[in-house]
Design a protein around this ligand. Structure first.
Ligand SMILES: CC(=O)[C@@H](O)[C@H](O)COP(=O)(O)O
Ligand SMILES: NCC(=O)COP(=O)(O)O
Length: 250
């Protein structure tokens, strides 16, 4: 089975936030992504709201409920009181717990499951009482003991952090070695009964090798590379539209 694609809207929100104007619209671009067959939308609201704003969450929830009832809303974040309240208010189908410090520029590591077992077990129990699927961010290290602890927290899935893999876009050999480790990690997680998601810096170029090493991959969430491609592949037509608006014959 092919992995599902959840489109991460953080990059669109960050572009919107450059101005006090409502475009690019997170909801309108989310609609286009879902119309094009994406399985869901991902957001990672951070405490300073520098990407997704808390006010984006209800419109995304409504978009999915009203127009794409089979799609999923995935909310990612560090499980502090504010994040958990947002999750309970907006009822995403999946919550991805990420060990982010608010000062971090972006997510750059998975959980230390040994050190955070109790926190993750408490939060997971609370979220599952609300009927939400829980995924926990994990490094691509095939550590069976750590993944067993992840399973014991009650989480349904792991999301493999693929940042180091995505960072090897100019080093095929290194990427191939990391893909093997990610594959081994996914296999252990799958054997333990965990579903397997993956994300961070995935692209059209690096997805096929990852999918080959993780045949049981349930879902990928992709934002930065996908938004970059949307700009690149939409640029020519957009320039033609603006030239027409300038009165040029195109
Ligand atoms: C959890 C994770 O891997 C992230 O990739 C994150 O959601 C990306 O968010 P930003 O694009 O806002 O850094
Ligand atoms: N959950 C990971 C994710 O959403 C990846 O986002 P990006 O690195 O592709 O922007």
């Amino acid at each position: 089975m092919a992995a599902k694609l959840s489109v991460n809207m953080n990059a669109v929100a960050m572009l919107r936030n450059r101005r006090d104007l409502p475009w690019p619209s997170v909801t309108a671009l989310g609609r286009i992504a879902l119309q094009a067959g994406a399985s869901g939308l991902t957001v990672h609201p951070r405490p300073d709201q520098r990407h997704i704003r808390f006010s984006d969450l209800a419109p995304i929830r409504n978009l999915i409920d009203d127009e794409f009832p089979d799609a999923e809303f995935n909310m990612e974040g560090y499980p502090n009181a504010e994040f958990l309240e947002l999750v309970e208010r907006h009822q995403p189908e999946q919550v991805t717990l990420v060990p982010d410090d608010p000062a971090q520029a972006t997510s750059d590591h998975g959980w230390d499951f040994r050190a955070n077992a109790e926190l993750l077990a408490d939060v997971t129990a609370r979220l599952k009482k609300n009927g939400l699927r829980v995924s926990v961010f994990a490094d691509g290290t095939p550590d069976r003991e750590a993944l067993t602890i992840a399973r014991e927290t009650g989480a349904d899935r792991i999301e493999l952090y693929t940042g180091p893999y995505g960072g090897c876009f100019d080093d095929e050999q290194k990427a191939a070695m990391i893909a093997i480790e990610l594959g081994k990690t996914a296999k252990i997680g799958h054997e333990l009964g965990l579903g397997v998601n993956a994300g961070h810096d995935l692209t059209v170029a690096n997805m096929p090798l990852l999918a080959k090493h993780i045949p049981m991959l349930d879902e990928v969430s992709i934002g930065h590379g996908l938004t970059a491609d949307a700009l690149e592949f939409g640029m020519a037509e957009t320039v033609r539209r603006f030239r027409r608006a300038c009165g040029q014959t195109v």
